[in-house]
Design a protein around this ligand. Structure first.
Ligand code: FEO
Ligand code: CA
Ligand code: CA
Ligand code: CA
Length: 599
């Protein structure tokens, strides 16, 4: 049946083998195509990409660097032209100057301004291609939706902390308007058609010309704000902590962008707390309230959720959309505590509770106001004894079984600075220096987990049970667990980061930082039935890249993947031999690809 064959939820495929190719590799019978690359035109009037003639103004009009979150918002009515058109919304998390600029072309200040401008988000109109499941960009001149959100884009702060004294700066005495969004990592589509995006490692953009404000010593320390080395304050003084001690409080939020409102100011939601937001994904509680699940990506940090006060309005009328866009401004913010039920049952599992931190009108943390809980959410959570997790990344509800899946990417210090517990049980992991090398032990949780939460009473409830669904790694490693399946059928998987679901409820996982010698990639995993836990690799990304997104279209015909930082192994290490993927230039270009059935 060709429909089964074409459906990424239902088709069978021979898993992609671990490899170190400088290519996007998909199983036999599938194909991948580049949809949009770093430097491609997004806004009308954008210059042609020429790596020797980059400008900050041009960068603000082109597709940004290091694509991360990917979401596809269908256009409806005439604009959608029968389901053929949609808006691709993408985060540009950060830049890597070493891979961007040819030597001797730019001065330092220009480089910094260009890098700043390649941060942010892009909205790119796309249209279905001739092969079912394929998509391509529409010409920039024939769309009214394309948009680059960049360092000069004005955001509105919303929620209980908006306007707070600690959000006021020289440029914005109101404490309600911020220029730009930084380090946008993952995100999610809301049921009402907007996109949420998490500001993650924002601390790295601030440096200090002198003393740090002693009022904020504890807060800065808890967020790692100590003076980064990007040197941005040399071109924009707001990044100098000494001159603008409040500027870092204006980052670290969940951002909401309405791609159907290309002129509207995106919003930073203070009600969802301030931390190193990986992303946010909304599910709907039984009573209709919106519930956003979130991870704080730092070793030993926490899982969070927000439950709105209002209920989701149905439909796409102007009134319903306006009401829904206010949902994330009032409600209650919670942090998770997980309790194990003992290892005697042979399972890493137990019960859990959501501990309230504050509502929009009331703080539940002694000695802190609502605004303080929202501005210093980590410090507030520290006081209520949540469970210290191994770098919580994407957290998302499965629309088919109603369970919530959290990627816990790794924690090299688990078992040392962070003692093990039943939810964080691995203190020694098997890793591999390179492909073909033997497995060797390393301290800590190096390969990560996927945690499954089963909400009690639906997404609005205060309790849940939990199960460590995947203990990742090489299936030959003794610590690994893949549901109950025969390990010999499983693909090696390391460092889960982003999650998505197809219409059959299968989990799709992308990885960042494989320590088993292979390139990163994307995996499909059934969560129910006899194949529950059967991890199978669907795609690998080029050398040095991490696999982001992933995003499946609602017809399950297309898998979008952001190929982030091809050529960069980590901030200080570069792939050798160097990556030149997607091989259109003699340097790498982070790009979004789409994978689909070829025949
Ligand atoms: Fe930007 Fe937590 O990955
Ligand atoms: Ca147990
Ligand atoms: Ca990551
Ligand atoms: Ca990520």
């Amino acid at each position: 049946d060709p429909r089964v064959q074409a459906s990424l939820a239902r088709t069978s495929f021979a898993p992609v083998r671990p490899n170190v190719r400088d290519a996007v590799v998909v199983p036999d019978g599938f194909r991948s195509q580049v949809v949009v690359r770093w430097g491609d035109k997004v806004a009308k009037g954008a210059p042609d990409f020429d790596v020797r003639r980059l400008t900050p103004a041009g960068a603000r009009q082109q597709f940004g660097y290091n694509c991360d979150y990917v979401g596809l918002v269908p256009l409806t009515g005439k604009a959608g032209r029968g389901g053929k058109r949609a808006l691709l919304v993408v985060n540009h998390e950060y830049t890597t100057g070493e891979l961007m600029f040819p030597e001797g072309v730019y001065d330092e200040a220009t480089r910094k301004r260009i890098e700043m401008a390649y941060h942010g988000m892009s909205v790119v109109e796309v249209v279905r291609g001739a092969t079912p499941g394929s998509w391509k960009r529409v010409n920039v001149r024939s769309t009214t939706y394309n948009r680059r959100v960049h360092d000069g884009t004005e955001f509105r702060l919303s929620g209980p902390a908006a306007g707070h004294e600690r959000l006021r700066t020289t440029a914005d005495p109101s404490g309600t308007r911020v220029l730009g969004t930084l380090n946008n990592c993952a995100g999610g589509l809301t049921p009402w058609g907007t996109v949420l995006s998490g500001e993650e490692n924002f601390n790295q953009y601030f440096d200090a010309s002198g003393e740090l404000d002693p009022r904020y010593t504890e807060s800065y320390a808890r967020y790692g704000i100590s003076g980064g080395d990007r040197g941005w304050s040399e071109v924009d003084p707001r990044f100098d902590l000494t001159r603008e001690p409040h500027e870092p409080f204006r980052f670290g939020w969940v951002v909401e962008l309405d791609p159907l409102d290309p002129k509207g100011a995106p919003v930073k939601h203070t009600m969802l707390g301030r931390f190193k937001h990986e992303g946010a994904n909304v599910a709907i509680a039984r009573d209709g309230r919106a519930v956003a699940y979130m991870g704080d990506d730092e070793r030993g940090d926490y899982l969070y959720k927000f439950v709105s006060k209002g209920k989701v309005s149905k439909g796409q009328s102007r009134k319903a959309r306006a009401a829904n866009k206010r949902l994330l401004s009032a409600g209650t913010l919670y942090v998770a505590r997980l309790t194990g039920d003992g290892l005697e049952d042979g399972d890493y599992d137990g019960s859990g509770e959501w501990i309230p931190l504050c509502s929009d009108t009331q703080s539940f943390v002694e000695g802190m106001s609502v605004a303080e809980v929202l501005l210093d959410t980590r410090l507030a959570a520290d006081k209520v004894a949540p469970t210290r997790m191994d770098r919580p990344e994407d957290v998302e509800a499965n629309p088919v079984n109603g369970k919530v899946y959290a990627a816990l990417t790794n924690n090299s210090r688990r078992g040392a600075a962070f003692p093990v517990d039943e939810a964080n049980p691995v203190a020694t992991s098997m890793v591999r220096e390179s492909l073909g090398a033997p497995l060797t032990p390393a301290s800590g949780n190096r390969n990560g987990y996927v945690l499954e939460l089963s909400p009690i009473g639906g997404h609005g409830g205060r309790t849940f049970s939990w199960d460590l669904f995947l203990v990742c790694g090489d299936p030959d490693a003794p610590e690994t667990r893949f549901g109950g399946v025969d390990k010999s059928r499983v693909s090696p998987i390391s460092c889960p980061d982003n999650v998505a679901f197809d219409r059959a409820g299968n989990l799709w996982v992308s990885t960042d930082g494989n320590v088993l010698g292979s390139n990163d990639g994307v995996f499909r995993v059934p969560v129910a039935g006899e194949d529950r836990g059967l991890v199978r690799q669907f795609l690998t990304v080029p050398r040095g890249a991490e696999a982001c997104g992933p995003f499946l279209t609602t017809d399950d015909l297309s898998l979008f993947v952001a190929v982030q930082h091809p050529g960069e192994v980590d901030g200080a290490t570069f792939a050798s031999p160097a990556s030149t993927w997607p091989h259109t230039d003699d340097f790498p270009r982070p790009s979004v690809v789409v994978a689909f059935r070829d025949r």
